[in-house]
Design a protein around this ligand. Sequence first.
Ligand code: F0G
Length: 458
Amino acid sequence: MKEIIEPFRIKVVEPIGFTDQAERERILGEAHYNPFLIPADKILIDLLTDSGTSAMSAAQWGAVMVGDESYAGSRSFFRFEKVVRDITGLKHVIPVHQGRAAERLLFGLIGGVGRHVPNNNHFDTTRANVEFSGATADDLVVDEAKDFDSDYPFKGNLDPNKLRAYIRTNAARSIPVIMLTVTNNAGGGQPASMANIREVSEIARENAIPFFLDACRFAENAYFIKLREPGYEHKSAKEIAQEMFSHADGATMSLKKDGFGNIGGFLALNADVLAEKARNLLILTEGFPTYGGLAGRDLEALATGLEEVLDERYLEYRLACSRYLADHLTEIGIHVVQPPGGHAVYVDAKRFYPQIDSLQFPAQRLVAEIYSKGGVRAAEIGTVMFGKKDQTTGADIPSDKELVRLALPRRVYTQAHINYLIEIFAEVFAEREAARGLRIVQESPMLRHFTAHFKPIT
Ligand code: F0G
């Protein structure tokens, strides 16, 4: 097989932050062992997130220059709306500054005490917005997702049996929406199949419940369907994406992912009354409905990005990147979630550091080690992010998984950067037995992973 090469050449470059290990150890201490608190110019390879960190294309930068900055009725909005409608088929397109703003609008209107929102897995901001409204957020992903080693091709599927039972238990009228996150970020970046999207939408329709996609990584999900689901091998990624959205009544999307944007998002939906309410709320917090907190130039760049992301040469290369990284880590003996997701590789920190108890944050420790050893930044997806609190004692209840997410920004790093990363992992792996856990010394009541302070346990 021929090597899958980067389907672009580089026109603009940016230096990255070289430091030495002694400097990094000092920085890590000053950042209280929290990667979110490390200044970005002290990071060599930044895999904290694939969100807003993509490289824009020459065509996107060109589009920036023709952005129409009119307060109302901007030409750039109408172009944006047309591109979003072309892919999603959804009637109302409401721009917002990023994904969570769409979530805030949606759950501000349809959430509330006594309501229940199912999803394959809620991403942290989605869960926080559902819960902030007073509703409960429940994860109904298929059981295959819990087995990291299984190579089940659609571990992002929402379990239809669990969903039917959930509707029986909670009553359809208490469920304002059924969400499906594609790809399933909090569950390892795994795709949902078209068959599953179709079945979940049928269950939703039978029960008169709206069905929404959290569509942040819809293009990657579409290409996984093309590669893995019989009957789709000859359809284009765009046709597959259109079919995915055809089953939905609405979508929230952070365009900082598959929109190739540094900022942006949308809420799109068919229901007229809800759209009207969302627009009124939008004016209150984000801005007039033809810009929604974005500049005209952002809308132009995002429209171009949405057209580019469905290029199959790009998608083939994109999924090959995570596969390459996952295969090389596996060769070293490191366990990663299989099969690798589209935007990230998830390292199983429980098996990397079996000696560290979940309540001493093995994944956070691994994040600290790869920074200290190689200046690489990654994110903990474990008890720091998803641990719960005992309501009476306030004690931590561990998450069922301890993962380190290596998120790959789009079109940013070359294969040599990834090879360097693999070397760093090999070194950290060789020293794994000496590692000890961390303890939290300061935290906030919500989304604590962004700001918590840690100290090493000696
Ligand atoms: N939904 C999913 C599935 C996401 O992955 C994110 C963001 C959001 C919603 C919220 O979008 O950041 O634009 O407000 N995920 C980023 C990440 C932050 O690192 O995975 P946002």
